[in-house]
Design a protein around this ligand. Structure first.
Ligand SMILES: [Zn+2]
Length: 455
């Protein structure tokens, strides 16, 4: 055997060994994260490869057991903050030395869902455990804002209703959104702006603003407009600060849904990026109920035309006002197929407050003063829109009618006046004058002041 041949054989043997070793290398649990939403807790395991799992529950005491085959735990489960969750402790053991058994000791019964996610940047293989809580049985919890808002909690003026604005901070939890310079995450920046906007809108008489999420957890895209519908929202505003294909790009923009493709390449690119949110955040355990599937089917049909024109209208007013605060990326409302804007009945806009991929803009977006300025600008646009288009029965509608109605006048009775003569002089009915002055008969007296109702 020549030296060359020997060398070649040795190399191929080494390669074979390396490859086989790699094939039998254990899959590991590399990391773990926990997100706590008002009605569910999500635990996400980062894995070095795909796994097989099996899940079952035990009662008295309540436990959830998840068995994962051919895997090794290479991270600590102790670092998770379990406060406020239905989980007492998480234990791990092994049945045969090759598997991992995870035991979740629970405070109360939960509805668990376990599913795998295939790699999606920035994540590799993941195993997700969702624990849905029966919020009635879990003590010491914040009131769930997203799931159980009854109509009685919506304050009402006598005979009128508030205009309801649903503010949707984009991304959250497992989905960080775009990540800008200085590790600034879109999900945190947009939550801060959304909270400012909620505060601004709630200061307006006749308005009530709600957030789709008020802390750091993920909501699947289609659930966001569903929350708005449950709130009886008159307007849905999704707040974002995405990355642009070019880091030099800057400026704010406003988007509405489109029924015929995107209005620009950037709009298409952004909608595609946004619509990946469910893959990153992991919407695997969420299914639309029957009613919402019907809704999903009628999306973008003719009934949306009026809503789309309202969306463009309010969007333009918001954009014009933002333009007084910050540079605009586009001066017109752009349109593309954003899943989160697909409400057939609620005007919906997506506000890109700026590009977090631009270092200067990322820095600005993280300051309280700029967040407040953006919130005020969006609020002014929203107010301008509703002042021109007050929903029937709303407080704004009522005050507009009152201010437009001609004022009542006063008539001082002189000698010779009769109620009939006064009525015909002002073109109103005798009964109307009597009602306005609490008169029980037609008798009037000289010098008496009569309120004459407006015609
Ligand atoms: Zn975004």
């Amino acid at each position: 055997m020549s030296f060359k041949k020997l060398l070649a054989n040795t190399i191929s043997s080494i390669l074979f060994l390396l490859i086989t070793c790699n094939a039998f290398a254990e899959t590991t649990i590399k990391g773990v994260r926990l997100w706590h939403a008002p009605d569910n807790t999500r635990i996400v395991f980062d894995l070095s490869g795909p796994v097989k799992h099996n899940m079952f529950t035990l009662t008295e005491p309540e436990r959830l057991i998840v068995d994962i085959e051919d895997i090794k735990l290479a991270t600590s489960l102790n670092k998770l903050n379990l406060k406020g969750t239905p989980i007492k402790t998480i234990r791990n053991s092994s049945q045969n030395g090759k598997d991992v058994r995870l035991v979740f000791d629970l405070f109360s019964k939960v509805n668990p869902k376990v599913f795998s996610l295939s790699p999606n940047a920035p994540y590799g293989n993941r195993l997700v455990i969702d624990l849905f809580e029966n919020t009635n049985t879990v003590a010491e919890k914040d009131p769930p804002i997203t799931t159980s808002i009854s109509s009685s909690s919506l304050p009402k003026k006598a005979g009128t209703r508030n205009i309801v604005v649903a503010i949707d901070p984009g991304h959250g939890g497992e989905d960080p959104g775009a990540i800008g310079s200085g590790n600034r995450k879109e999900k945190n920046v947009v939550l801060a702006i959304a909270k400012e906007l909620q505060r601004e809108i709630n200061q307006q008489p006749g308005f009530k603003a709600y957030l789709t999420r008020n802390s750091d957890y993920f909501i699947p895209l289609r659930q966001r407009p569903q929350i708005a519908r449950k709130l009886g929202a008159d307007l849905f505003i999704s707040i974002h600060a995405d990355a642009a294909p070019k880091s030099s790009a800057y400026g704010a923009s406003v988007f509405a849904i489109s029924d015929r493709g995107a209005t620009s390449e950037t709009a298409r690119w952004l909608a595609d990026t946004e619509n990946r949110s469910d893959l990153i955040g992991g919407a695997g355990s969420v299914s639309l109920d029957g009613k919402d599937q019907v809704l999903a089917g009628v999306l973008l049909d003719l009934s949306m035309t009026a809503v789309m024109s309202s969306s463009l209208d309010v969007g333009q007013k918001v954009l014009d006002n933002i333009g007084r605060t910050t540079k605009l990326h586009k001066k017109r409302v752009e349109q593309a197929g954003f899943v989160v804007l697909k409400s057939p009945d609620i005007p919906s806009i997506l506000v890109e407050t700026g590009f977090i991929s631009n270092p200067a803009e990322a820095k600005k977006l993280s300051t309280k003063s700029h967040q407040q300025a953006l919130a005020r600008a969006i609020k002014t646009g929203v107010l301008t829109y509703f002042q021109k288009n007050p929903p029937p029965g709303s407080y704004l509608d009522q005050t507009r009618r009152t201010s437009q109605a001609p004022a009542a006048t006063t008539h001082k009775v002189v000698r010779g006046d009769t109620l009939g003569a006064i009525a015909s002089k002002y073109g109103v009915k005798i009964t109307e004058i009597r009602a306005a002055n609490n008169l029980t008969n037609n008798n009037i007296q000289v010098g008496q002041s009569l309120t004459i109702p407006a015609r």
